[in-house]
Design a binder for this molecule. Structure first.
Ligand code: ATP
Length: 265
């Protein structure tokens, strides 16, 4: 399964948010979207999951325009976790994860205490067994994030769209989550701020800058000092990771040592 974005423009009011975007996620690959705050990552993902429609161009799911893919078909294929996912009802971890199964079972009528295999599997994979009966509002930020990822996995998608999946996660939890996702061999497309995690887990990176695609390539092709200066405006060295052989971004000048900023009253 692939998802492709072809010639997409997207504006809101007077703001042009995305311009002439051509990119996609290849089947079975882990594709990262990187770029500075406000570069358009979440907006691009929102077009891929049909929360919004492009003004121009189209998004293709396995070659079919998303506008022509039925709701159920879409929900059985694509699962997403948004950046600030929440729930309005006071549901438990188990109930939230079970929501993911609805496209397959339509299962509000399932007897209490009988959770399907994919719910148990997703809860265990995300290390949530001990929190199974805890309610959403009692969870920490990281526990909520893992619950939403487990809900998306319980949906048994072939394509997983994630907006900052390591948000709120400590370094061990982030490594664990991305490692588990890689092992599933799904088509994953994820916005990721941590460039070293992106380099470690992504097959390819799409770099957004000011609402356009600045570069696409493997982490080694994309993460160069020149690109980091152009896109993020930072002075950084890119070393070779001693174990993976991939790129390792080392910022060189702390921002407080760069051009002084004078704050006047
Ligand atoms: N409804 C809207 N009206 C006007 N501008 C918007 C709207 N939605 C998003 N934007 C703007 O579009 C730009 C891209 O936003 P988006 O959330 O896609 O960026 P992002 O790359 O995901 O940022 P971050 O890394 O901070 O999460 C931002 O400048 C944002 O302010």
């Amino acid at each position: 399964m692939t998802i492709e974005v072809c010639g997409v423009d997207f504006s809101r009011g007077d703001s042009r948010i995305l311009h002439d975007i051509n990119c996609g996620a290849r089947a079975g690959e882990f594709t990262g979207i990187i770029g500075p705050n406000g570069s358009g990552k979440s907006t691009l993902l929102s077009l891929m999951v049909r929360w919004q429609q492009p003004d121009r161009g189209h998004v293709l799911l396995n070659g079919r325009d998303l506008r022509h893919v039925g709701r159920l078909d879409f929900a059985r294929t694509v699962a997403e976790v948004e950046q600030h996912a929440t729930t309005v009802m006071e549901l438990t971890v188990e109930q939230i994860v079970e929501l993911g199964t609805i496209p397959h079972t339509g299962s509000w009528g399932r007897p209490l205490g009988e959770s399907p295999e994919e719910v148990d599997g997703a809860i265990t994979m995300l290390g949530l067994d001990s929190l199974r009966h805890r309610t959403w509002h009692t969870l920490s930020g990281g526990e909520r994030q893992k619950t939403q990822v487990a809900r998306a996995l319980a949906q048994r998608p072939t394509i997983l769209v994630l907006d900052e999946p390591t948000n709120h996660l400590d370094i061990a939890a982030g490594l664990h989550l991305l490692g588990q996702l890689r092992r599933l061999n799904l088509t994953v497309i994820a916005a990721i701020h941590d460039l070293d995690l992106a380099a470690m887990f992504c097959d390819r990176l799409i770099v957004l800058h000011n609402g356009t695609v600045h570069a696409i390539g493997t982490p080694t092709e994309v993460l160069t000092p020149e690109l980091l200066a152009e896109v993020y405006g930072i002075d950084a060295e890119v070393l070779v990771h001693p174990r993976t052989g991939g790129p390792l971004v080392v910022p060189c000048t702390p921002s407080h040592q760069q051009t002084p900023v004078r704050i006047t009253a």
